[in-house]
Design a protein around this ligand. Structure first.
Ligand SMILES: [Zn+2]
Length: 328
């Protein structure tokens, strides 16, 4: 009996974790190392620490944007057993939370492999199952709160792979944090910049995973398919949803991936275009319309790529004219 008590108090850290991960296109529970975790039960580590519960308060300003804050919360208690060096969560929620951390770890590694500085992006706290007061316009069951600077995970309410365990969703949500860092924060307070932020997040998820529909294991995303025919028609432009125009921006990025057959170089230019756009425009309504031109300008030295890209940009954005596409 003393042995059991000792075991319960001092569960050793697993070397590997049973988590949901895409293997040959199918989400499968399989072992993976998550070296950044320092406390498997509380979900704490170098990427950030989790809390359970607490209150996420959303205060709306001018009907659209708001401030958010998180208060209270207590440590998570993820139940698990050890099968040799393999940690096995005793319930699906625990596996989802570990999977989220593992995919966040993979996302950090992905950015570092691409040569981006992740140092300013971590740690970032994770809030599981907060009570949300105010208007929860942003929350399905995995989100990054730009205003509060935390990941918000909710218990799974849908069929399919839990949002927090979907690597495409984790990359999308993380890209919101990255966007804020690249643009110095605060630019998202314009409605049209929310659309660009969604487009940036979808472009990072789709290009880094080289998958035009990286969310489909969790939800039907036909209208977010970046290989589809999303265009900036009056319906998309007038939509109150930032995803309508966001998908158009991300689709132009995917067009370049198709033209060049090089998702990594496309992503590099997409990020460079965001930097150029950020320093070349003011944070004001309408500045987002200039973003595609900055992106097309990244191909100025590749005339054959640019001419194909300009044809597709004219299709995606029928009412815009792009200086990068004008001869001379
Ligand atoms: Zn988003």
């Amino acid at each position: 009996m003393w042995f059991l008590l000792w075991w319960a108090c001092a569960s050793p850290l697993p070397d590997r974790y049973l988590i949901l991960q895409p293997i040959d296109g199918e989400y499968t529970a399989a072992p993976l190392e998550i070296p950044s975790i320092t406390d498997a039960r509380r979900l704490e580590g170098s990427l950030g620490n989790a809390v359970h519960g607490g209150k996420l308060r959303v205060d709306l300003l001018e009907g659209l944007e708001g401030s958010e804050s998180v208060v209270d919360g207590k440590p998570l208690q993820i139940g698990y057993t050890l099968d040799g060096d393999l940690g096995v969560a005793t319930d699906p929620t625990g596996m989802m939370l570990w999977s989220f951390y593992a995919h966040l770890d993979g996302t950090k590694a992905d950015l570092e492999t691409r040569g981006y500085d992740t140092e300013p992006l971590f740690p970032v706290d994770i809030v599981f199952e907060p009570v949300i007061s105010g208007y929860p316009f942003d929350y399905s069951n995995a989100a990054y709160s730009v205003e509060a600077g935390v990941f918000v995970l909710l218990p799974d309410a849908f069929d399919g792979v839990p949002y927090g365990a979907n690597i495409g969703i984790v990359r999308h949500e993380f890209a919101h944090r990255w966007f804020e860092e690249l643009t110095g924060g605060a630019r998202h307070s314009y409605a049209d910049e929310r659309a660009l932020q969604e487009g940036f997040a979808d472009a990072y998820a789709t290009l880094s995973l080289d998958d035009p529909t990286p969310f489909e294991a969790s939800f039907n995303n036909d209208d977010r398919d970046v290989s589809g025919d999303a265009i900036a028609d009056t319906l998309a432009i007038a939509s109150s949803s930032p995803y309508a125009m966001g998908t158009v921006y991300a689709s132009l990025a995917w067009d370049l991936r198709e033209i060049t057959d090089d998702p990594s170089a496309t992503l590099d230019r997409w990020v460079a275009a965001l930097n150029a756009w950020h320093s070349g425009t003011n944070a004001e309504e309408g500045a987002v319309a200039e973003f595609p031109n900055y992106f097309l300008s990244m191909y100025a030295n590749e005339p054959s790529v640019l001419s194909e890209a300009c044809i597709l940009a004219a299709y995606r954005f029928p009412s815009e004219e792009f200086a990068a596409c004008s001869p001379g």
